[in-house]
Write a protein that binds this ligand. Structure first.
Ligand SMILES: [Zn+2]
Length: 436
């Protein structure tokens, strides 16, 4: 068998699976292969299993390249299915204000929050925005993420929303990370429409959505349902218009209050409902009946110093495919790191390590309608995977706050590799020599 890249001898390959045998007890859809190898051809997984099996499947043919993953763990690349990376200025001043006692809502009401990011994105050119976003995309990759969903939503005028979506489109072509675009014109009411919110909703429905859909600038349409932002009725109107324009739907729901957003997501046939910190058992049922993926964002709960986490275990008991994501944004969760979010998910929402990995990979892929191509390591799937410098998969959540990524592979190609510090390398060499 012709193979472009063989990754061999991994201490473990750990992945959720949609098909396949040897699952861990209690984790029917999670598989751990000890001494595992993966063979990649044309950017796709051609063989995966125990090393001797995979080697014999090559029928003596030499792979074009080989990586030895001894003492390391291979996981699928993370799918970060809810991010807001297209902002211009950062908002560290609000971080300090919150530490001094101001709430997220109070900061928003005095012109900070999303509205401050709106003023900033409007002031910037496309080129300036792209330059600001690129290092963020590098950081996603460095921390093991190979696909992100990326929302607009800091433009809030037709031109600035389109500008943001064009940036996402261009970044997707120039950066190896895959970006899946979501139109979030209904993120907030912009200042100039404060006293005429209906006119803004008309603008979204009659101008923004048709133009975004016509140019295929977004795959999803999202909305922020919350007190002081959009109501259920307004949400229904906007999402219905987006659906008839051919966009798939997402809803920011039940983040700061029990606002009925999750029920709306089920009613309009959204692919996912996101946040869900204040969800009722009835709404969990509605999500299950409507096949809506719950995307939980515990990093935002942590960062806003709330203790009201989404009831992840209840959702898992209701057989919902729980996904987790960073919610990367300059206000309520400034991190590109999925592993830190996974650790928070385990400690605060009581996910088990295998459940956190599934939530960050296959279930997150479901939230962006990519479950057939990414999110797990199975024959025929895109070869998006990460080699981690750890002896067992649990270390991804257990050994927290440091980056243990070693090599990131996207579509079968190495796109990032850890640089070893030359000074430490030299020191280790000397140490070894002195011991001989
Ligand atoms: Zn969000």
């Amino acid at each position: 068998m012709r193979v472009d890249l063989l990754i061999k001898n991994a201490a473990q390959i750990a992945t959720p699976v949609t098909r396949v045998p040897h699952a861990l007890p209690g984790n029917n859809n999670f598989m751990v292969i000890e001494n595992g190898s993966v063979a990649i051809r044309d950017g796709v997984i051609a063989a995966i299993g125990e090393t001797p099996e995979v080697i014999s499947s090559l029928n003596g043919e030499m792979p074009r390249a080989v990586i030895d993953a001894s003492n390391k763990v291979i996981l699928p690349g993370f799918v970060d299915c809810h991010t807001h990376p297209v902002f211009f200025h950062t908002r560290e001043n609000e971080f300090t204000m919150r530490l001094m006692g101001k709430s997220y809502r109070q900061i928003a009401e005095t012109g900070g929050g999303i509205r401050s990011s709106v003023r900033s994105i409007r002031s910037a050119s496309k080129e300036q925005i792209i330059e600001a976003v690129l290092p963020r995309l590098d950081r996603f990759v460095e921390h093991g993420t190979t696909t992100i969903e990326a929302k607009s939503g800091y433009g809030l005028s037709t031109d600035d929303e389109i500008k943001s979506l064009e940036c996402i489109q261009e970044l997707d072509t120039i950066h190896p990370l895959d970006l899946i675009p979501t139109f979030l014109g209904a993120h907030e009411i912009p200042d100039e429409y404060r006293t005429q919110r209906n006119a803004y909703i008309d603008l979204i429905i009659n101008d923004m959505i048709p133009r975004v859909a016509e140019r295929a600038l977004a795959e999803f349409c999202d909305i922020y349902i919350e007190q002081h932002v959009f109501t259920i009725d307004e949400g229904r109107k906007i999402l219905t218009a987006a659906k008839s324009a051919g966009l798939h739907l997402k809803v920011h729901a039940n983040q700061l209050s029990a606002n009925g957003g999750a029920a709306l997501a089920a009613e309009v046939g959204a692919i996912s409902a996101e946040h869900l910190d204040y969800i009722s058992p009835e709404e969990i049922e509605q999500l299950a009946r409507g096949n809506v993926v719950p995307v939980l964002l515990p990093g935002a709960v942590f960062y806003l110093n709330s203790n009201h986490y989404a009831p992840a275990r209840e959702m898992l008991e209701a057989k919902l495919p729980v996904a987790i994501s960073t919610d990367f944004n300059p206000g309520s969760c400034m991190t590109e790191s999925m592993p830190i979010i996974m650790t928070i998910s385990c400690i605060k929402m009581r996910l088990l390590p295998a459940e956190a990995i599934t939530a960050a990979t296959l279930n997150a892929a479901r939230a962006v309608n990519r479950q057939n191509t990414i999110g797990s390591l199975e024959i025929g799937k895109q070869a998006d995977l990460v080699i981690w410098d750890m002896p067992a998969f649990e270390h991804i959540v257990y050994h927290f706050g440091v980056n243990l990524a070693d090599t990131v592979i996207k579509k079968g190609k190495i796109i990032w590799q850890k640089q070893r510090n030359p000074v430490l390398k030299l020191y280790r060499k000397k140490l070894k020599e002195s011991l001989q």
